[in-house]
Design a protein. Structure first.
Ligand code: GTP
Ligand code: MG
Length: 197
């Protein structure tokens, strides 16, 4: 999948500040520091389109990007992460309502990519996010990232555990690494399938 154009549009907290709902939209969710921004950069083949950071909790706003190329014109949305203890209380307080307004109300939202660290058993917050997506009838695409950090054996074991914990078949868990770019095509495939639903 070649992307010819990728542009940052704007950051927003509330719906009045979202870009007009014109293009189909794909959002990326997951805990702080899991690798949401890195995944987006690999999907669009732009190293610095989305700022990545070793400091968890950097993305606190809803960030909108538009892309075009071999894919249909799309808006990609980098959502603020959850689960990072050191985020200021005020930021934590606004996170829930901000996400709820977006997930419940965004009419052009077609799928949400939920990103999980392949090395970790999904937390209660990860499970809550999955439940939340289902409650709002948002189709989840589950991606296991940082696969480069495990051996083949370790990875297979983790996928079994994660699949049990999420109650999802392992075939539905897309294996990915932003470092090696393994799984990029499969993430794209899952996104395009979600767009066709
Ligand atoms: P916040 O915006 O702070 O919530 O983080 P994020 O989920 O956007 O994560 P980000 O993409 O900024 O990545 C966090 C850290 O993990 C960075 O140091 C990345 O280089 C690293 N990282 C992300 N994906 C991978 C991966 O697939 N493999 C490895 N080894 N490191 C990764
Ligand atoms: Mg980020």
């Amino acid at each position: 999948m070649r992307i010819h154009q990728a542009t940052f549009i704007k950051s927003a907290v509330k719906p009045a500040d979202y870009p007009p709902p014109e293009l189909s939209e794909i959002a990326f969710a997951g805990r702080s520091n899991v690798g949401k921004s890195s995944l987006i950069n690999v999907l669009v083949e732009r190293k610095g389109l989305v700022r990545t950071s070793s400091t968890p909790g950097r993305t606190q706003l809803i960030n909108f990007f538009t892309i075009s190329g071999e894919c249909p014109p799309l808006t990609l949305v980098d959502l603020p992460g959850y689960g990072y203890a050191k985020v200021p209380l005020e930021v934590k307080r606004q996170w829930g309502p901000m996400m709820e307004r977006y997930l419940a109300g965004r009419e052009t939202l077609r799928a949400v990519v939920l990103i999980l660290d392949v090395r970790r058993i999904p937390s209660d917050e990860d499970l809550q996010m999955l439940d939340w997506l289902r409650a709002y009838r948002r189709r989840p695409v589950v991606v296991l990232t940082k696969c480069d950090k495990l051996t083949k054996n370790e990875r297979a074991k983790q996928i079994t555990q994660i699949s049990l914990r999420l109650d999802l078949p392992r075939e539905e868990l897309v294996q990915f690494s932003a470092l090696s770019k393994e799984g990029r095509d499969n993430v794209w495939k899952a996104i395009l399938a979600a767009l066709e639903e």
